[in-house]
Design a binder for this molecule. Structure first.
Ligand code: C2E
Ligand code: CA
Ligand code: CA
Length: 717
C-alpha cells in the first residue's frame, strides 16, 4: 500500500465507524508503538505467537516421521520396481554379473543378492542383516554410507527369487532437513500473520477503547465536580461495553452523590453562617458588656484607658499644651437619686452622657468611669482657632450644668471637674486619669472653684481666665462696660468721625484692655451679645450727637462671629430705624483677617449691608492676606493702614513703600484710606503727602468717653 493512502479500518472491518484514521506509515508507527507500550497487548501477542509455534511444533514431529517414512518407501519402491523389472526381462538363466551391476547403477540399489534353488547371484556391496521390506523403514539400521538392507521373500513377481538388497537412502536426511526448514518457515509466517491479526484485533477491540476509557476515567477523576460531562453512550454489547456501562453508572451515582454533597455543603455553610453570626453577636454583646457602660453606652474605664493610650501613642503632642483628660463628677447626685428615684437618676446620667458625648467625635474618648463620674479627652479644636482648651472645658461644664428634663420636671446638677494636661501632668492614660480624679476631688471640696487643674501653674492661668469669663458675662448687667471714642481726621484736620473703642472697668482688676477681653469674648461667643450692646450704645450716642449737629460718621468694630450671624444685618437695620439714624453715618470696622476667614459664609451679611447702605472699613490692613478680588464684591469703602506700618514712617523705607502701595491700590479700587496709630507730625505729614485721606492716632486725639461735643471743637495739635 502506498503511504498516505488512507483506508478506514473500521469501515473495512464492517464495525461501527467511530474513528477514521489514515493508515499511513506514521499511523502504523504510532500504532506499533502503542501496542509495544501496552503490556497487556505485548503479553497477549507473545502468548499467541508462542502458542502457534508450539502447535506447529506438535504438528511437525509426526509429519516429519511420516515424511521420512514416505521418502524411504519411495526409494525402496523405486528399488523394488527396478528389481522386478530386471527379473521380468531377464528370463535367461543364469544371470550375468554385468547385468546386476547395470541394475545397481541405474537404481537406488548399492548392493543386491538373488538366490533361487541354492543358486545365488550377488553384486555391489555385501548385505549384512537385511530386514523385511514391509516393516517400518525408519527404524531399519543404516550403513555408514546411509543405506538400508532389505529382504524380499521369493514370490512370482520376483520370479521366485529371494532378493536381498542394499538401498541407498543417503539423500533422505538432506531432504528431511529441507522439509523441516520449509515447515518451520511456513509456521513462522503463519505465526507472524496470526500475531499481526491478533494485534490488530486487540488494538481495535481492546487497546484503543481501553486507552479511551482510561483517559475518560482519569479526566473524570481530575474534574470530579462534573461527572456527567464524561458520560458516553456504550456502543458495545460485550464485556467492554459492560465495563463502560459500569463506569457510566458510577459517574451517574457520583453526580447524585455530588448533588447531595452540594446540598449538604450549602446547609452546612448556612449553619456555619448562622453559628458565626450568633457567635459574633455574643462576642459583640460580651465586648459591649466588658468595654461599654450598659446604662449610657459610653466606654468604660478599661476601654477609655486603652483608647487614650493608643491615641497618645499615635499623636505626639507638641510643647504647647493641646490636650487634657477631663474628669467630671456630678455633685449631690446621690441626693437626686434618693429624692427623685433611680429611674430619674438614670435618665439624668444618660442625658449628661449624651451631652458630654457630643463634645467628642471619637466614641472611645468619652467614658463613664463610675456612678456619676465621666471622663473625656479634651482637645483644642483646630477648626476654631479662637477656641482653646480652657474654653472647651468651660463649654463642656456649661453643657452638663444645663437643666435636664425628665417626665416634665427639670433637674439641675452641679459639676466638679478635674483636669490633667498631657505632658504637664503625665504621659499615659492611667497617670493622667488618676491625676484628673485627684483634681476633681479637690474641686468637689472647694466651695468656689468648679474646675481644678492638677498642675497648679496652669490651673491658675485657667482659673483667672475662667473668672474673667464669668465676670465678662456679668459685665453688661453690672454696667462695667463703657464706650470710648477716638476721633478720625481728614487731610485738612477736620474731624470726619469717631471710632468706638470698648472699655471694661473690672471691679478688682481695674481697666482691662479690649486686646485681652475681646478675644475671650470671641472664644466664648459672648462677643455676639457684647457686640449688640456696643452697637446699641453707639447708635444711641450717634443719634444724640446728630441731634447736636454731628454730621460725621461713627465706626464700630465688629468681629467675624458677628458677621456670620445671619440676623446681624437685620438687627442693625432695626436699630438704625429705631433711633432714626441714617446707615451712611454708621461704619463697621472689621479686620482683614476676620473678613477673609470665611468669605462665603460672610457674603450673605455683606450683601445685606450693601442693600442697607452700610459701609465697611477694613481694619489692620496689610497684616493679613486679602484677595483684592473679594473687595470688589464687598461693600468696602475704607481701608485702615495698620498701626505697625505707620509706626515705621517716615524712616523705614519698607514701611514707606508699603503704605504708598496700600494708598494707591485702595484708591484704584475706589476706596478711601485712613492711617491709624499716627503719633508724630512727621508721620502725619508723610501720610498726607502720600495721599492718605484720613488720619487717626494719639497725635490728633486719644480715645475718650465723651467723643463729639457740641461746644467743644476737635483740636488739632
Ligand atoms: P483697633 O480696632 O485696631 O483699635 C485701635 C487700637 O489702637 C485701640 O486700642 C486704640 O486705643 C489704639 N490706638 C489708637 N491710636 C493710637 C496711637 O496713636 N498709638 C497707639 N499705640 N495706640 C493707638 P484699644 O482700644 O485697646 O483696642 C484694641 C482692639 O480691641 C481694637 O483694635 C479692636 O480690635 C478691639 N476692640 C475695641 N473695641 C471693640 C469693640 O467694640 N468690638 C470689637 N469687636 N472689637 C473691639
Ligand atoms: Ca478698629
Ligand atoms: Ca486697627
Amino acid at each position: 500500500m502506498k503511504p498516505g493512502v488512507g483506508v478506514g479500518v473500521n469501515e473495512r472491518a464492517g464495525g461501527p465507524a467511530s474513528v477514521r484514521f489514515p493508515l499511513n506509515r506514521r499511523t502504523l508507527r504510532h500504532w506499533a508503538k502503542q501496542l509495544v507500550a501496552c503490556r497487556l497487548c505485548r503479553n497477549l501477542t507473545l502468548t499467541a505467537f508462542l502458542a502457534i509455534l508450539v502447535i506447529e511444533a506438535a504438528i511437525l514431529i509426526p509429519s516429519y516421521r511420516n515424511y521420512e517414512e514416505n521418502l524411504l518407501s519411495e526409494r525402496v519402491d523405486v528399488a523394488s520396481q527396478a528389481v522386478i523389472t530386471f527379473l521380468k526381462h531377464t528370463q535367461s538363466h543364469p544371470i550375468h554379473p554385468e547385468d546386476l551391476n547395470t541394475l545397481i547403477a541405474s537404481s537406488p540399489l548399492v548392493g543386491i543378492s538373488l538366490s533361487r534353488d541354492g543358486v545365488m547371484y550377488t553384486a555391489g556391496e555385501a548385505i549384512e542383516q537385511p530386514k523385511p521390506a514391509d516393516g517400518v523403514l525408519r527404524n531399519a539400521p543404516r550403513t555408514a554410507a546411509g543405506a538400508i538392507d532389505l529382504v524380499w521373500t521369493s514370490d512370482p513377481t520376483l520370479s521366485d527369487y529371494e532378493v536381498q538388497a542394499r538401498v541407498d537412502v543417503s539423500e533422505v536426511p538432506a531432504e528431511l532437513l529441507a522439509f523441516v526448514f520449509r515447515i518451520l518457515g511456513l509456521s513462522l509466517l503463519i505465526a507472524v500473520f496470526v500475531t499481526a491479526v491478533t494485534m490488530f484485533v486487540i488494538d481495535r477491540m481492546m487497546l484503543s477503547p481501553l486507552l479511551k476509557l482510561r483517559e475518560r476515567i482519569s479526566r473524570a477523576g481530575e474534574d470530579a465536580e462534573h461527572p456527567l460531562k464524561y458520560l458516553t453512550p456504550t456502543g458495545r454489547h460485550d464485556e467492554f461495553g459492560e465495563v463502560e456501562g459500569a463506569f457510566n453508572s458510577m459517574l451517574k451515582q457520583n453526580a447524585s452523590y455530588l448533588a447531595r454533597l452540594h446540598l449538604l455543603n450549602r446547609e452546612l455553610d448556612q449553619l456555619l453562617d448562622e453559628r458565626t453570626q450568633t457567635l459574633r453577636k455574643t462576642e459583640q454583646e460580651l465586648q459591649i458588656r466588658t468595654l461599654y457602660d450598659q446604662l449610657t453606652g459610653l466606654a468604660n474605664r478599661n476601654l477609655f484607658e486603652e483608647q487614650l493610650d493608643r491615641h497618645f501613642d499615635q499623636v505626639t503632642p507638641g510643647e504647647s499644651v493641646k490636650e487634657a483628660v477631663l474628669v467630671l463628677g456630678l455633685n449631690d447626685f446621690q441626693a437626686l437619686n434618693g429624692l427623685a428615684g433611680h429611674k430619674t437618676g438614670d435618665r439624668v446620667l444618660q442625658e449628661i452622657a449624651r451631652r458630654i458625648g457630643g463634645f467628642s467625635a471619637d466614641h472611645g474618648h468619652v467614658a463613664r468611669l463610675g456612678g456619676d463620674v465621666f471622663g473625656l479627652l479634651v482637645r483644642e479644636h483646630h477648626r476654631h482657632p479662637f477656641e482653646n482648651l480652657q474654653a472647651r472645658i468651660s463649654a463642656i461644664i456649661e453643657a452638663c450644668q444645663r437643666p435636664v428634663q425628665v417626665a416634665g420636671k427639670s433637674y439641675e446638677c452641679e459639676v466638679s471637674a478635674g483636669v490633667a494636661v498631657i505632658l504637664l501632668d503625665g504621659r499615659d492614660a492611667r497617670t493622667l486619669l488618676s491625676h484628673a480624679e485627684i483634681a476633681m476631688r479637690r474641686a468637689k471640696k472647694s466651695s468656689s472653684e468648679r474646675v481644678q487643674f492638677f498642675a497648679s501653674e496652669f490651673g491658675e492661668q485657667v482659673h483667672r481666665r475662667q473668672e474673667m469669663i464669668s465676670s465678662l458675662k456679668a459685665a453688661i448687667q453690672n454696667q462695667q462696660l463703657e464706650l470710648h471714642f477716638q476721633p478720625q481726621f481728614d487731610r485738612l484736620r477736620h474731624c470726619a468721625g469717631y471710632e468706638v473703642l470698648l472699655r471694661w472697668h473690672h471691679p478688682i482688676l481695674g481697666g482691662v484692655s479690649p486686646a485681652e477681653f475681646i478675644p475671650l469674648a470671641e472664644e466664648t461667643g459672648l462677643i455676639v451679645s457684647i457686640g449688640d450692646w456696643v452697637l446699641d450704645q453707639a447708635v444711641a450716642r450717634l443719634k444724640l450727637w446728630v441731634n447736636q449737629g454731628f454730621r460725621g460718621r461713627m465706626a464700630v468694630n465688629v468681629s467675624a462671629m458677628q458677621l456670620h450671624d445671619e440676623a446681624f444685618a437685620d438687627r442693625i437695620a432695626a436699630l438704625l430705624q429705631r433711633h432714626g439714624v441714617s446707615a451712611g453715618q454708621l461704619e463697621l470696622e472689621i479686620t482683614e483677617t476676620a473678613l477673609m476667614e470665611d468669605v462665603e459664609r460672610a457674603m450673605a451679611t455683606l450683601n445685606r449691608f450693601r442693600q442697607l447702605g452700610l459701609d465697611l472699613a477694613v481694619d489692620d490692613f496689610g497684616t493679613g492676606y486679602s484677595s483684592l478680588a473679594y473687595f470688589k464684591v464687598m461693600p468696602v469703602s475704607r481701608i485702615k493702614i495698620d498701626r505697625s506700618f505707620v509706626n515705621g514712617l517716615p524712616d523705614s523705607e519698607q514701611d514707606e513703600v508699603l503704605c504708598r502701595t496700600i494708598i494707591n491700590m485702595a484708591h484704584s479700587m475706589g476706596c478711601e484710606v485712613i492711617a491709624e496709630g499716627v503719633e508724630t507730625e512727621a508721620q502725619a505729614s508723610w501720610l498726607a503727602l502720600a495721599g492718605c485721606d484720613e488720619l487717626q492716632g494719639y497725635l490728633l486725639g486719644r480715645p475718650n468717653s465723651e467723643g463729639f461735643t457740641k461746644s467743644g471743637r476737635q483740636h488739632v495739635r
